[in-house]
Design a protein around this ligand. Sequence first.
Ligand SMILES: [Zn+2]
Length: 203
Amino acid sequence: LHVAFLDVDTQVDFVEPHGALPARGAERIKPNLARLVELARERRIPLVSTVDAHAPDDPEFAVFGPHCVRGTSGQRKLSETLAPGAAFVPSARSTDLPDPRERQVVLEKQVLSILGNANADAVLRATEATQFYVFGLVTEVCVKLAAEALIQRGYRVAIVEDAIAPLEAAAGERAFAELRAKGARTVRTADVGAELAAVEGVA
Ligand SMILES: [Zn+2]
């Protein structure tokens, strides 16, 4: 298919109203997140995820406040976006990486960008995808940076607009517009399945 999914930081602290850094309306996108992960399983689409995994004194907290501290309940990945057999990959470079065509690969990171995990490029390449559907939290920070990293590497990017949420509405809209200007396409969750079916029909 040459298509893969990138699920960004769908963690309790960013999604649940009681979380440390909840995105606006994030709770409402949970059914769409669940649907996308289910689609990945049904159609055997590679699913790459990122999670924040911070130390209690991470310098990033000066900007965003404490969130996703390793081992806390807020750092947990949503059950909706965690497939059975998922493999968590620490951010230090490894030569023994799980295959994203066989199981969900969850890249841990301590910084905003997916590239903060030294294995990100190897895992993205191993999907054999040329196009990524991107969704998760939060629109104007980690989703934007992840989409930009993909675009810079020549991947085609589709942002699933009803499966993302911003910290701040206006900033989210600006990020969304910037990504479109850089070549990202936007789709809705309901369209992703139809698109995949169409691609499969041709392949
Ligand atoms: Zn963080």
